[in-house]
Design a protein around this ligand. Structure first.
Ligand code: FAD
Length: 481
């Protein structure tokens, strides 16, 4: 590549860069009261590229840049990498508090698992489905429930193939402009389902949207349907496989390949471009400089970082509106017994928890299950509260313990899985996928294909690396990685 780092660069190049960085830093500190006291020694933090955010998007970008000969420093706000994926344990079992499932229909993440020889896992048995019925719930066989779910969901997605003929290019279809104005609620209303029928599917649309079906764009789900091959079976099958050793095993394999330096507990406060240098300032006062930067934090976090010069208006508008859904929680429960056995439940819109899924069965016959919630009143950490809710789904079930992650309240996510709002795709989306000067943006929130999935994060990390490599390097200072 024409902008490979040059290990033989004379020391003066580096001094020139650091001087320029100091000037840029002073510019940033003038607008960040009290944040400007980092010592000059901190400006030794240099690489060819600074990557802000150590989720799948950021780590993949660093790996791709390394393949092209460029060194990276990853600045990660939290004390761990992985972002909205988080491999941990509960009741002695490995669990994922965030993103978990990968699928062969998701070519970017699937290729990563294959590249590093990481095996996939699939879940255990299933006894029943618990579905809305009247003002309560009924327990059905998985076959009977799936047949009816397929019948109800399929018309919801009529026309998806025309909207997304090449589903990895979200702009390839016809009629997108009009459909993109629809919320999932608008689409449910268009189809005028009988109330009992709508109750079977509006819990899914509300959950994915972040609490109410009126929030999420219809095209978000229609694109997932098209990416899944346009069938209900394809759509539900994307939740079949997990990663052996957890998502952390896959992330760490990519990270090792990147040879990036990682700085944990380094929340970025300001990103200042001055001439050919980008200066990145953390809330702890550390300063990093590089000719190029990949911003791989959630879209909802863009508004918390001071960019100088400012980003185009679309970036701020989308960040304030939000793509990561509010109030999103993933809740794990250790349970015993219950009439429904190992069950999948799809409670209707308005019920305090949404999709509920079995995770594993322990040696003593107790089970780990998980559910999602976007209800602000549900903490997921109260055994009594979860007992009250689960008893309605599976009478006789006993909740022994719970753990939960509230991604909406997490200050380094400010939201959970991605779900664009009506008008975003055909409005600002193209703009926010593009680099701005020396900054490239990455993240599942702005992916072209599987936005809202690990696959989208990997895809966008690759895209951002390509964008960095395409940036003009003429006259740039030379850094030694
Ligand atoms: C509950 C839940 C369940 C999900 N289930 C699935 C699933 O089953 N399958 C699937 O494929 N996907 C799933 N997803 C989605 C998937 O987890 C995400 O799309 C993906 O992990 C996002 O990766 P990312 O790198 O784009 O963003 P993130 O993972 O959010 O990474 C961004 C990083 O930036 C860091 N950061 C934030 N602010 C700053 C700052 N100022 N300075 C420095 N660093 C900062 C964050 O700490 C984070 O590490 C789920 C998500 C959630 C929340």
């Amino acid at each position: 590549m024409h902008d490979h780092p040059n290990p033989a660069a004379p020391a003066t190049s580096r001094r020139t860069l650091l001087k320029a960085a100091g000037a840029a830093f002073l510019g940033a500190s003038a607008t960040l009261a009290g944040a400007g006291r980092a010592g000059a020694a901190a400006t030794r933090n240099t690489a060819d590229v600074i990557v802000i955010g150590g989720g799948f998007a950021g780590v993949t970008a660093a790996r791709e840049l390394k393949k092209a000969g460029l060194s990276s420093i990853i600045l990660e706000a939290r004390g761990r990498l992985g972002g909205r994926t988080w491999s941990t344990t509960f009741a002695g079992e490995p669990i994922e508090l965030g993103g978990e499932a990968i699928d062969p229909k998701q070519p970017n993440v699937w290729a990563e698992a294959q590249r590093y020889g990481i095996a996939t896992t699939s879940g255990g048995g299933l006894d029943s489905f618990v579905m809305p019925s009247g003002s309560g719930f009924t327990i059905l066989s998985p076959g009977a429930a799936s047949t009816r779910l397929a019948q109800l969901f399929t018309p919801f997605f009529d026309g998806s193939a025309a909207l997304f003929p090449n589903p990895f290019d979200p702009f390839s279809g016809t009629g997108l402009q009009a459909f993109d104005q629809l919320s999932m609620r608008d689409r449910l209303n268009q189809l005028a389902y009988a109330p009992a029928d709508e109750a079977w599917i509006n819990g899914t649309t509300a959950g994915l949207s972040g609490g109410t079906s009126a929030r999420g764009a219809y095209t978000m789900l229609a694109q997932s349907w098209a990416l899944s091959g346009g069938t209900y079976e394809g759509y539900v099958s994307i939740n079949t496989y997990g990663v052996q050793g957890g998502t952390a095993a896959l992330l760490n394999a990519i990270l090792a390949d990147s040879q990036a330096q990682v700085r944990l507990n380094s929340p970025v406060a300001a990103v200042t471009t001055a001439g050919k240098t980008v200066t990145v300032l953390t809330t702890t006062g550390a300063v990093y400089v590089a000719p190029r930067v990949v911003v791989a934090v959630p879209v909802n976090l863009w508004k918390t970082i001071k960019f100088l010069p400012g980003l185009p208006a679309e970036f701020g508008a989308v960040s304030r509106a939000g793509i990561g859904v509010p109030n999103s929680k993933k809740i794990f429960m250790h349970v015993r017994g219950g009439a429904a056995g190992a069950f999948v439940a799809h409670p209707p819109e308005g019920f305090p928890i949404s999709t509920t899924v079995p995770h594993s069965t322990l040696a003593d016959g107790t089970r780990i299950i998980f559910c999602f919630s976007t209800d602000p009143q549900v903490t997921g950490t109260s055994v009594a509260q979860m007992q009250g809710l689960l008893s309605q789904l599976s009478p006789g079930i006993q909740v022994l313990a719970t753990t939960a992650q509230n991604w909406g309240a997490d200050r380094y996510s400010l939201g959970g899985w991605s779900c664009r709002q009506p008008g975003m795709l055909t409005g600002p989306y193209r703009t926010i996928q593009q680099p701005v000067g020396r900054l490239a943006f990455a993240g599942s929130d702005i992916a072209s294909g599987w936005s809202g999935y690990i696959d989208g994060a990997v895809e966008s990390g690759k895209t951002a690396a390509r964008q960095v490599l395409a940036m003009s390097s003429a006259g740039d200072p030379v850094l030694v990685g």
